[in-house]
Design a protein around this ligand. Structure first.
Ligand SMILES: Cc1cc2nc3c(=O)[nH]c(=O)nc-3n(C[C@H](O)[C@H](O)[C@H](O)COP(=O)(O)OP(=O)(O)OC[C@H]3O[C@@H](n4cnc5c(N)ncnc54)[C@H](O)[C@@H]3O)c2cc1C
Ligand SMILES: NC(=O)c1ccc[n+]([C@@H]2O[C@H](COP(=O)([O-])OP(=O)(O)OC[C@H]3O[C@@H](n4cnc5c(N)ncnc54)[C@H](O)[C@@H]3O)[C@@H](O)[C@H]2O)c1
Length: 452
């Protein structure tokens, strides 16, 4: 049985091995594509699709500015070659080669790992042991039984980005992050898109005002079916039909399933190693990333309540520090947590929604500011963008911020910083100059609108 100082399961965030471990013997185990979800089938290729989709939408809206731009279609093979041929696959293959050929302390196992006992893993027909183990096994698409039982072919984020032809009509099951990002991409490129969810709004986990305004904007671009349980799924020739509980139907040429992601712990035989899980399958960890089994750590989607790459990266930094400095443990920081949905209009958020702040018992001030009411918004002819800030009347601190509109993911960063550093809303508004007439005046005005 081979023994290592450290074994790592998963090469997404698990591959962020610090130089401090250059002298440690490490088993690095990867069953799929080297580099994990974000690189291969997640954040990065999706955003490389979103950017051209944004350009197309801007061109389509340019007539409002008195500019005549038109969209004549996409060269899909060229677009995909730009994403995968010139960037993603090169990085994934290069990363794997580097670990295999240039890191003498690292042994790469390209197969599925499972625990067979305390700190013991079976991989590629071998049993290996390690003093410490990091489980960074990520998550995978959750496919409803209705879909698998139907036998109807479907795409997920894992294969739709390599689709050979743009579908004329794309059906999307789900109404969260992945559904609304791909709905934006495919409708911009030229597909007719139908999105369906069970609640009364898209992106239901966002602040209610954002979800309601986004849903209203989305209905102008996509066929949006909400409050609907999908009860039937059939394929006749090339046509796929979804049937809803109220008897209505939607037809398309391709189906994308985007109904959430489940952590991969269920495929690791965790019980054999004494590793406990939550009811939803996530590995239980404490604030330092320790599992219930001594010497076994977990990070990222396999254990975190937040399936976000910047969270997984942060957790990886904490866990790698803790593995190398057991006497000086660091903790995960999940407060002032930001996220963005790269759909159209773009969504960004940090901290609590208005409802969460009320439920937590805060006495709050809330302000909103439309992009269309500042000078740059006039320049853009913006009709949909807005910001919403929630602050604690007692301390003046910002509890949450929510943006919808042009480059929201960038605009929100100053609010993330204020929350992380404990700057009050008043300090943030008044103790700095805001560039006129930039879109950041939306944030300035929104802060000034808070009745604190
Ligand atoms: C379409 C999509 C878009 C996204 N966009 C964003 C975004 O814009 N911003 C953002 O913050 N987040 C985004 N995310 C979420 C982000 O990708 C994940 O939160 C992040 O990649 C999780 O990293 P991880 O290291 O925990 O897992 P992963 O990157 O999934 O790595 C886990 C690795 O473990 C391997 N593995 C699993 N089980 C085993 C086993 N038993 N043996 C060996 N290997 C195993 C897997 O093959 C995988 O390579 C997106 C996700 C998706 C699906
Ligand atoms: N920009 C980003 O940061 C980004 C982008 C993509 C994904 N992600 C991460 O990946 C996670 C997974 O994304 P996702 O979009 O799959 O999940 P999600 O949780 O955002 O949305 C899934 C939606 O599908 C609905 N749903 C579940 N079963 C259904 C069914 N049978 N019929 C209809 N609707 C159903 C859920 O109620 C939910 O609203 C996200 O939560 C996010 O953390 C992040």
């Amino acid at each position: 049985m081979k023994h290592f100082d450290l074994a790592i399961i998963g090469t997404g965030s698990g591959n962020a091995i610090p130089e401090e471990l250059n002298d440690a013997s490490i088993a690095l185990i990867e069953a799929g594509r080297f580099g994990g979800t974000c690189l291969n089938v997640g954040c990065i290729p999706t955003k490389m699709y979103v950017y051209p989709a944004d350009v197309i939408e801007d061109a389509k809206a340019a007539h409002e500015l008195g500019v005549d731009l038109s969209y004549h279609g996409v060269d899909l093979p060229l677009l995909q070659d730009r994403i995968f041929g010139r960037r993603i696959d090169v990085i994934a293959e290069g990363g794997e080669r580097y670990r295999k050929d240039e890191c003498p302390n690292i042994t790469v196992f390209s197969d599925m790992a499972r625990f067979t006992g305390d700190k013991t893993i079976e991989v590629a027909g071998e049993h290996i042991t390690a003093d410490q183990i990091i489980v960074a096994a990520g998550s995978r698409p959750q496919i409803p039984d209705l879909v698998t039982d139907s036998g109807v072919p479907y795409y997920t984020n894992e294969d739709i980005m390599r689709i050979e032809r743009l579908p004329k009509r794309l059906l999307i099951l789900g109404s969260g992050y992945i559904a609304t990002e791909f709905a934006h991409v495919f409708s911009a490129l030229g597909s007719k898109v139908m999105v369906t969810g069970r609640s009364d709004v898209l992106i239901k986990h966002q602040d209610r005002d954002v979800a309601v305004r986004f849903t209203r904007a989305a209905r102008e671009r996509w066929d949006v079916r909400l409050g609907q349980e999908t009860t039937g799924l059939t394929k006749d020739g090339d046509t796929i039909t979804l049937t809803f509980a109220d008897g209505s139907t939607a037809t398309g040429d391709a189906l994308l399933v985007a109904t959430g992601r489940i952590p991969n712990g269920d495929r690791l035989n965790l019980a054999a190693a004494g590793i406990d899980t939550h009811g939803d399958g996530r590995i239980k960890v404490d604030q330092h990333g320790r599992t219930s089994a001594a010497g076994v750590w977990a990070l990222g989607d396999v254990s975190s309540p937040y399936q976000l790459k910047h969270v997984a990266n942060h957790e990886a930094r904490v866990v790698f520090h803790n593995v190398t400095h057991p006497e000086k443990l660091r903790s995960f920081r999940h407060d002032a947590l930001p996220a963005a949905i790269f759909t159209h209009p773009q969504i960004a958020s940090v901290g609590m929604s208005e409802q969460e702040a009320r439920d937590a018992g805060y006495d709050i001030a809330v302000a909103t500011q439309n992009f269309g009411d500042v000078a740059y918004g006039w320049a853009m002819e913006d009709h949909v963008g807005f910001s919403k800030i929630i602050a604690d009347k007692k301390t003046g601190l910002i509890l949450g911020a929510h943006l919808m509109g042009h480059q929201s993911a960038i605009l929100i960063q100053s609010l993330i910083q204020a929350m992380a550093l404990g700057t009050t809303a008043k300090q943030m508004a008044e103790d700095q100059l805001w560039i006129h007439p930039s879109l950041s005046e939306v944030i300035e005005n929104c802060l000034l609108g808070l009745e604190l």
